[in-house]
Design a protein around this ligand. Structure first.
Ligand code: Z5A
Length: 211
């Protein structure tokens, strides 16, 4: 008898600066692969492509870009990875993604004169995550971790506006995870959520974001 190929799950991590997204994404990928699953790490912006390099220069303040233009570049950077994402998901690989379209909207929407509805438009139709994990951390806890870096957006006032936008974008099925715990405790909590999502997504179609 032929076995039907089951797909991987699309898992997205969002959250404020230094909440530990990257640390948790990488630990999760290792754990899922160790348990016999197939998982890969992806991050946005993906700085290795031509578009990603332009974004990276902007974040490092080596270049200036008009705010609408850079918003569209962040979105284009996701769209250029969609064929790879769909190929991996459909071949049974779970994708653990560090930031996605929600960051795109929350960050641009924190700039003066931007409307969240406008910000969403270029990302309408991207693969919809099966689970969003939103990591929260109080400003006091965040300040105990490494200091802000030197990239664009890394300042308290801007990050507060970003956090407010995430609160608006939050959907009923997001998992809100308090990130002010030890790396291991957090990992245990996240792994149990994601293991369930991987199981429940296997036979479901991949939906489209915001459409
Ligand atoms: N951006 C945008 O404008 N539009 C878009 O469409 C997208 C992004 C996708 C670059 O993102 C910027 O691009 C970002 C949003 C914007 N701007 N900001 N701010 P990035 O992904 O390249 O960089 P980042 O997301 O800012 O990284 P991060 O938030 O600073 O880090 P993190 O991934 O959340 O945390 P971490 O690197 O795992 O950990 C941070 C430190 O805390 C590190 O020293 C760890 O060892 C420590 N850590 C981690 N977990 C713990 C626990 N549990 N306890 C104690 N210490 C911990």
């Amino acid at each position: 008898m032929l076995h039907k190929m089951t797909r991987g799950a699309l898992i997205v991590f969002e959250g404020c600066d230094r909440c530990g997204k990257t640390t948790q994404c990488k630990k999760l990928v290792d754990a899922l692969n160790r348990d016999g699953g197939k998982a890969e790490f992806m991050r946005f912006p993906e700085r290795s492509t031509a578009i990603g390099q332009t974004i990276s220069g902007y974040l490092e303040k080596k270049s200036e870009l008009e705010d609408h233009a850079v918003h569209l570049l962040f979105s284009a950077n996701r769209w250029e990875l969609v064929p790879k994402m769909l190929r991996l998901l459909n071949s049974g690989t779970t994708l653990i993604v560090d930031r996605y379209a929600y960051s795109g909207v929350a960050f641009t929407g924190a700039k003066p004169g931007f409307d969240l509805q406008w910000c969403k438009q270029p990302d309408v139709g991207l693969p919809k995550p099966d689970q969003v994990l939103y990591l929260t951390l109080s400003p006091e806890e965040a300040s105990k971790r490494a200091a802000f870096g030197t990239e664009r957006y890394e300042n308290t006032e801007f990050q507060e506006r970003v956090a407010k936008n995430f609160e608006i974008l939050k959907e009923h099925d997001w998992k809100i995870v308090n990130a002010g715990k030890s790396i291991e405790d957090l990992h245990g909590e996240i792994k149990s959520i994601v293991t369930q999502t991987v199981e429940s997504s296997k036979d479901k179609p991949i939906l489209k974001l915001w459409s």
